[in-house]
Design a protein around this ligand. Structure first.
Ligand code: C2E
Ligand code: MG
Ligand code: MG
Length: 692
């Protein structure tokens, strides 16, 4: 803006001074010649004026002295003629005198005032006057008017000659000056300015110094060229440094420092480009996007530390890169954490399936770490452009949803995006928000399912089970909302509330029925990583007494992913008298080895109803229950069978040596108000005790 104004202003100036511009040329050589001519003319003029003045004065003086001499020559004769009253002689003398070269006219005025003239005497002042006497008597005055006509002609001719010579000299010298200036200065200045203005030259980032076409000489132009070359060199160096810095910044901004894969920012760019390319093409071209999440990475990171986690990520990135590079237009990037995104041109679902399977297969190979083998896996969500979405955000979101779906339906698998998955996500979000409000507004209920001691068929206690009925969603099953609560961290508050409320309630029944009922509370393994866990144990739980009859049910996940937090939490709770049981045993990554390791903490194993259900039909399930019971006994741990629904199941379980049972055959989980009646009936009814 500013420069435009300046230019306009400058242009205006030139236009305004157009007349001056014509007089004063723009080129340096021309201007110098112009200056030279102007100064030369002024100087010549001054010389001429001085000369004329000088010559004029000399000649005037000369004429006057020669007139004086001439007057002196005729003076005596004239006086005599006047004395003798020889008018004719006087006139002859005057005529002769007036014809002298420098005399224009003469006038003689006698003593009586009569005047005689000769030549062209004008009525102006005379140049010379001579008073005439004879014998001391005044005879008259002679007045002479001189002329310098003769002088002027001669002088003007000389001046003309001189003027022409000066003009020729000045003109020639100006031309010569202009050529010299052009040769010595302006031609080189043009070379310099053309080279400096050549933008391409600086753009090429290659140093091309300005060279003047002349023999080497150390003058101001050489200094100027050196300075400009140096400036160019510095500009190129600066430009190169800036470019490499910008490239570095660009690389850092678009690449992940750990895996050296493109990062989230780059994914957006890449996807936008690919989508644009496909949109321009004719035919049914599609782009498949795979959202990959490592299974079990968090466990590795938490248990073995971040440096091992980093190495696993690097190795995973390498595997993915090698694998995806084999595919058409393959691209892989790190989306964040343990999530990667891969894309490639795939026109059919079959092709995408093959790629997804090969990725999953590549993660089956263990990661080596300090002679140990780390087993991880990955879950994949797959979408297609343009079928599933037309923006990067939409595609990634849907692929992420599909990935979660795959993860939830058992890890190490993949899923193509389906619109119904979004509904699942929406439902999950609704549940998440509503559950929070339900806990705050105390809209949750606890049901109690009796636990039966198979030795004497007595009620050994109750398992507290959460129930939630929402106005809009209706009855929401714990199987649905508990995993969501675990993901959001709300589970800690839920479990705390259940423990507090249920323990108060069971204490009432213990007192009322005078029976040592135990309370089993499901306790999510994620609670051990909640930052409020230890303060809660020390400040709240430690105040309560009689926790010896409280048992926390934890799943195998806890023993599988134990760390310092878990050990510390378990020990603190044990100190308060709380006991632990393993819930749903057999469904997770069950390992009898783990049970051995945690035997000092565990007081009970709860065999999942899956095995109990098939215990009659499948000998393998029976054998498994048998081996669990045998191991538990050897470790002094009691065994409870979940989901007992028939007498035949009960019989087999007693035969196998199970200590406790829980199931619909005895009672479904009941509301608070139904328990007293149930207990009354149970206690009044005589039970057949079967021997082991
Ligand atoms: P779980 O701890 O294994 O609880 C036993 C589940 O089996 C209960 O389901 C119960 O109703 C059901 N059940 C008991 N006997 C039978 C039977 O004979 N046949 C069949 N088919 N099912 C039987 P529910 O109440 O739906 O709870 C499901 C799971 O939700 C629980 O499994 C537990 O893992 C979790 N859960 C429930 N309440 C809580 C809670 O307060 N905190 C936590 N962390 N988890 C909870
Ligand atoms: Mg349970
Ligand atoms: Mg269970």
């Amino acid at each position: 803006m500013y420069s435009r104004n300046v230019n306009a202003h400058a242009k205006g100036d030139i236009m305004d001074k157009k007349g001056i511009k014509l007089l004063r040329p723009q080129k340096l050589g021309d201007r110098l010649a112009w200056y030279f001519i102007s100064i030369g003319l002024i100087f010549t003029l001054a010389v001429f004026i001085t000369l004329i003045e000088y010559e004029n004065r000399i000649h005037t003086e000369k004429i006057q002295s020669s007139s004086k001499e001439a007057v002196g020559a005729i003076k005596a004769q004239l006086e005599r003629n006047l004395w003798n009253v020889d008018d004719e002689g006087v006139q002859t003398l005057l005529d002769g005198f007036s014809r002298s070269p420098a005399i224009t006219g003469v006038q003689l005025t006698d003593e009586n005032g009569f005047a005689k003239r000769s030549g062209n005497f004008e009525d102006t002042d005379a140049d010379l006057e001579q008073v005439l006497y004879y014998e001391q008597q005044y005879l008259g005055t002679l007045q002479v008017q001189t002329s310098n006509t003769y002088l002027n002609h001669e002088f003007v001719d000389r001046i003309k000659l001189l003027g022409i010579a000066a003009a020729i000299f000045i003109g020639l010298f100006a031309c010569f000056l202009q050529i010299i200036v052009r040769r010595l200065v302006t031609d080189h200045l043009v070379t310099i300015s053309t080279a400096t203005r050549d933008i391409e030259r600086t753009k090429q980032n290659q140093y091309t110094p300005i060279k003047l076409n002349r023999s080497p000489i150390n003058d101001e132009l050489t200094d100027l060229v050196q300075a400009l070359n140096q400036a160019q060199q510095q500009a190129i160096e600066f430009r190169q440094a800036r470019e490499s810095y910008e490239n570095q910044l660009e690389y850092q901004a678009s690449n992940d420092a750990l895996t050296h894969l493109p990062n989230r920012r780059h994914i957006e760019k890449h996807l936008t480009n690919e989508m644009e390319k496909i949109s321009k093409q004719t035919g049914a071209n599609r782009l498949a996007l795979f959202f990959i999440d490592l299974d079990g990475f968090k466990e590795v990171n938490d248990s073995l530390g971040h440096s091992v986690g980093d190495r696993v990520l690097q190795a995973s990135a390498k595997r993915l890169k090698e694998l995806i590079a084999n595919n058409n237009n393959g691209y892989v990037a790190r989306f964040g954490g343990d999530e990667f995104i891969a894309t490639c041109s795939c026109n059919t679902k079959r092709e995408a399936e093959d790629i997804a399977e090969s990725i999953i297969h590549s993660f089956r190979e263990n990661f080596a770490h300090n002679n140990a083998q780390l087993q991880l896996g990955c879950s994949l969500g797959t979408v297609f452009f343009p079928d599933d979405g037309v923006t990067t955000e939409e595609l990634i979101r849907k692929a992420d949803t599909a990935m979660y779906h795959a993860k939830n339906s058992g890890r190490n698998t993949f899923a193509f995006f389906e619109p119904s998955m979004l509904q699942d996500v929406m439902l999950k979000n609704t549940i998440k928000n509503k559950l929070q409000n339900a806990l705050r507004d105390e809209k949750l209920e606890i049901y109690y399912q009796p636990l039966i001691n198979l030795r004497d068929m007595s009620i050994s206690g109750f398992e507290a089970l959460l129930r939630w009925e929402d106005e809009d969603l209706g009855e929401v099953r714990p199987d649905l909302f508990i995993p969501i609560a675990e993901q959001t961290g709300l589970i800690f508050h839920l479990d705390r509330w259940v423990l507090r409320t249920a323990s108060k309630q069971v204490k009432i029944w213990r007192d009322k029925f005078d029976r040592p009922f135990n309370l089993s509370v499901n306790f999510s393994p994620t609670n051990f990583h909640h930052r409020e866990m230890m303060p809660w144990i020390h400040n709240d739980l430690a105040q309560e007494s009689g926790l010896e009859w409280v048992e926390l049910e934890v799943t195998e996940r806890l023993v599988l992913n134990y760390d310092d937090n878990v050990i510390q939490g378990l020990e603190e709770l044990l100190k308060l008298g709380i006991s632990f049981s393993i819930d749903d045993f057999g469904t997770g990554y069950s390992s009898l080895g783990y049970i051995k390791k945690f035997s000092h903490i565990l007081s009970k194993i709860k065999i999942d109803r899956l095995f109990v259900h098939e215990i009659i039909n499948h000998s393998s399930d029976r054998a498994l229950v048998q081996s669990i019971v045998t191991l538990a006994k050897s470790l002094n741990i009691e065994v409870l069978a979940e989901g007992v629904e028939s007498r035949r199941q009960e019989d087999v379980l007693i035969q196998l040596g199970c200590d406790y049972a829980q199931g619909f055959i005895y009672e479904k989980p009941l509301g608070v108000d139904d328990i007293p009646e149930f207990l009354d009936t149970w206690l009044k009814t005589p039970r057949v005790v079967r021997s082991y």
